[in-house]
Ligand binder design. Structure first.
Ligand SMILES: Cc1cc2nc3c(=O)[nH]c(=O)nc-3n(C[C@H](O)[C@H](O)[C@H](O)COP(=O)(O)OP(=O)(O)OC[C@H]3O[C@@H](n4cnc5c(N)ncnc54)[C@H](O)[C@@H]3O)c2cc1C
Length: 373
């Protein structure tokens, strides 16, 4: 079986690995527009292995995080750190009330301890209704980047942007080159989930350039603070004793309704973030809420894909299929199993086009059909 994967990011490598396990000898080719793999959101994010505490307004995002959490720990545990003081502070004036927040977390049977907001950490403790200490972990994205690619056999074509997908024939076009045919194509590009999908199947998405400040802070290396739920801030362990600082108000550098506009800006994303003063604004916003010393070490600027409605701050993962193409809307990192499970399951079922050409039906699907006829 030949599979082409668009995007050599975390989702792309994970899916390649799961396919190689299921189909030993499978021939996978990955296509990556950048000159190196793993430079996108998969390795420049807030490093939070979610359980759901961040998403009180999106039950399905919580559900996917819960379902993925233990599997992520089992599969990628060596890249994770415990965060013994992982605090979620729920504001009295947030988008959900303290009672609503706790009711949602309880409904999902999430475990937490409640604490009194400390004056040493919060500038105005009275604004905080409750503080929860939660068992979410942090992902060491630097370690992940160093080892992930070595775990798969797939060939990675770097500097190769996929411009077009022919889902019926299993072909990919990059500039003047056509690659394939592939039995299946997986679009794990994160920022371009609609590539090759017909209009009725397209995801309704929008984009932003997002900035995070990577800093050494006065917070202990294994502590995190997230203020919920609204235009607030969070500080989360990254790697090497550093934290990422983010602000709901200032992390978005620029917003886009069209994918082409994001692509046009991507190469100068750091320049744009510098021009808008995003890093300084994030640091100021964090300082308004938390008593924290910090020294900035780097500023990450990454493209983010969101649902166009932003309803409930949903970050769900979903796979849509069109002929030989599986397209992934990437949500939270631990929901990557949602994507790989769906693709592996669906691959045992031929597409409509494949029913018409029985020779293209994978062996596993032929086995199933012989049992049922
Ligand atoms: C600022 C920020 C913070 C986040 N924080 C968290 C967090 O703390 N926890 C969490 O679970 N999730 C978080 N997320 C979400 C998470 O990072 C993403 O959902 C996930 O990483 C996306 O999948 P990926 O890792 O494969 O994406 P990427 O790493 O972006 O990989 C996609 C790859 O596809 C390539 N590509 C794109 N288009 C093409 C094309 N046409 N042809 C060829 N190659 C292409 C890109 O160059 C890239 O290498 C965050 C996202 C952002 C932006």
């Amino acid at each position: 079986m030949r599979v082409g994967i668009i995007g050599a990011g975390f989702f792309g490598f994970h899916i390649a690995r799961q396919l190689e396990r299921r189909y030993p000898g499978i021939d996978i080719e990955m296509f990556e527009k950048e000159a190196a793999p793993l430079t996108g959101a998969g390795t420049t994010n807030q490093c939070r292995l979610h359980m759901g505490f961040h998403y009180p307004r999106s039950g399905y995002t919580i559900y996917q995080s819960i379902m993925g959490f233990d599997r992520f720990v089992e599969e990628y545990g060596e890249h994770l750190h415990d965060v013994p003081d992982n605090l979620y502070a729920v504001r009295r004036d947030g988008l959900v009330s303290v009672d609503e927040y706790l009711a949602v977390m309880d409904a999902f049977h999430l475990r937490y301890e409640t604490l009194v907001p400390s004056q040493r950490l919060f500038r105005v403790p009275d604004e905080i209704g409750v503080v929860l200490r939660v068992p979410e972990k942090s992902i060491d994205v630097r370690h992940l980047r160093a080892t992930l690619a070595s775990r798969v056999q797939a060939r990675v074509r770097l500097g190769t942007r996929v411009d077009e997908v022919d889902a019926a024939r299993g072909l990919l076009r990059s500039g003047a080159d056509v690659h394939g045919p592939f039995d299946y194509i997986v679009n794990a590009s994160y920022t371009d989930p609609n590539l090759g999908l017909p209009a009725p199947l397209r995801f309704a998405v929008k984009w932003e350039l997002a900035a995070l400040v990577l800093a050494r802070t006065s917070l202990p290396a294994d502590a995190a603070v997230t203020i919920m739920d609204g235009d607030f801030v969070s500080v989360y362990p990254a790697y090497g004793g550093m934290h990422t600082l983010s602000s709901v108000l200032h992390t978005p550098v620029r917003r886009y309704a069209e994918h082409a506009a994001l692509v046009a800006d991507y190469a100068r994303r750091h320049e744009l973030a510098a021009r808008t003063g995003s890093a300084a604004a994030i640091v100021r916003h964090v300082a308004q809420h938390l008593r924290l010393e910090h020294r900035t070490r780097d500023v990450w600027v990454t493209a983010k894909t969101k649902l166009a409605t932003d309803m409930g701050d949903s970050r769900v993962t979903e796979v849509r299929r069109h002929e030989r193409l599986f397209s992934v809307l990437c949500g939270k990192i631990d929901a990557v199993f949602e994507a790989s499970d769906t693709i592996l399951q669906e691959m045992t079922w031929p597409s409509l086009g494949d029913w018409r050409q029985a020779s293209a039906i994978p062996a596993s699907a032929r086995d199933v059909s012989s049992l049922t006829t």
